[in-house]
Design a protein around this ligand. Structure first.
Ligand code: ZN
Length: 360
């Protein structure tokens, strides 16, 4: 054995020992990589299931999630979406994507929905999917190959590397320990957010009675294939009973929807891809209600959909048309995007202060 060969062997053994002796094992996947894998996984989920753009349901989801997101430990760009399917289920995707289903939204009152969201948020906060992915990579490839894959391979959305990793996320299941941790930490999160943690017990009972509905294609879902054990409910009862919480003030349900909520809804609708030639009338109405500035170029890149532009009141219609086509649209969208996608004005509202554009 040559000296360099022996050195390489020692280094290899040392690497194994370091990685195996670290309690949680070294975080192999960075947050940036996690987000790229999460985006890819979310894209796969949304290819399979339509995202529900119903305004009332989306507003409710945001309202219930808001206090929980305020106490979340990880500062991720949290995205909450509803899958338009009747089954009662929920799903967390790494990087901050949380899905509920239309069935779950219809079945559960707010306090139960809050627990489901807290539970799913905790799967992301505790990096459960990513930790499983890391273990799978260690198991399948060995430590050095896994490190090599992640440090040299490109992990950004759309690369074959990331697609393979996203598929692994989808096919992994949480362990029972992870489910228990998501329950416990979710219940604590509710209390920190000023929400009654007893909602968890009711939510688990509702899920138990709905055990038959499942999303077999997407594992790591709330119900999964394991029935909800009585233990899980008993544990939730004990923990909820032991926690002090101060109820947060209940927001006025009649409060007007803010512009940022509306903008988020338009983005949601854009992402689910309405046909540019026959815009959804609801979406048009929503877009016309918008008071916010146009959606930025970077968020539109690669998308098609509607853009709302607000212009000064003192312009005439022909000035608006001329100005829009020659200066404003290219300025707002960026001239490259303008040339690449093309824009047509589909509606000049009576007020003539807001224009809805179709980007295609
Ligand atoms: Zn879970």
């Amino acid at each position: 054995m040559t000296r360099s060969c022996r050195f390489a062997l020692v280094a290899l053994v040392a690497t194994w020992l370091i990685l195996l002796s670290t309690p949680a094992r070294a975080a192999l996947i960075s947050e940036k990589q996690e987000i790229a894998i999460g985006k890819q996984t979310a894209a796969e989920v949304e290819r399979e299931y339509r995202v529900d753009t119903d305004l009332t349901r989306n507003e409710r989801l945001k309202r219930v999630a808001a206090p929980l997101l305020r106490v979340a430990e990880r500062k991720l760009d949290w995205q909450l979406r509803i899958l338009d399917i009747p089954q009662v289920n929920a799903l967390a995707v790494p990087g901050g994507f949380i899905y509920t289903t239309r069935g779950l939204m219809e079945k559960m009152p707010d306090r139960e929905l809050a627990f489901v969201l807290a539970h799913e948020l905790q799967h992301v906060e505790r990096r459960h999917s990513i930790r499983q992915l890391e273990s799978s990579l260690y198991r399948q490839l060995g430590v050095l190959a896994a490190i090599q894959l992640l440090s040299k391979g490109r992990v950004s959305q759309g690369t074959s590397n990331t697609i393979a990793l996203a598929n692994m996320v989808v096919s992994n299941r949480y362990t029972q320990d992870m489910e228990r941790e998501a329950d416990s930490e979710g219940i604590r999160m509710m209390a920190r957010a000023g929400l009654d943690p007893h909602g968890a017990v009711e939510a688990l009972r509702t899920l138990q009675s709905n055990n038959k509905s499942s999303m077999p294609k997407f594992l790591n879902s709330l119900v999964g294939t394991h029935p909800l054990t009585k233990d899980r409910i008993r544990h939730a009862e004990e923990l909820a009973g032991s926690l002090a919480f101060t109820a947060a003030p209940v927001p006025d349900v009649q409060a007007p929807v803010t512009d940022s909520v509306r903008e988020a809804q338009v983005m949601l609708a854009l992402e689910s891809g309405p046909s540019p030639l026959s815009p959804d009338p609801d979406l048009m109405r929503l877009a016309l209600d918008l008071q916010t500035p146009p959606l930025s170029e970077s968020r539109l890149e690669g998308n098609q959909g509607l853009v709302v532009w607000t212009f000064p009141e003192n312009l005439t219609e022909s000035q608006v048309n001329h100005g829009l086509m020659n200066q404003e649209i290219p300025r707002v969208l960026g001239s490259r995007t303008f040339q690449r996608y093309g824009v047509s004005i589909v509606q000049l509202p009576e007020s003539q202060r807001r224009v809805v554009l179709v980007v295609r």
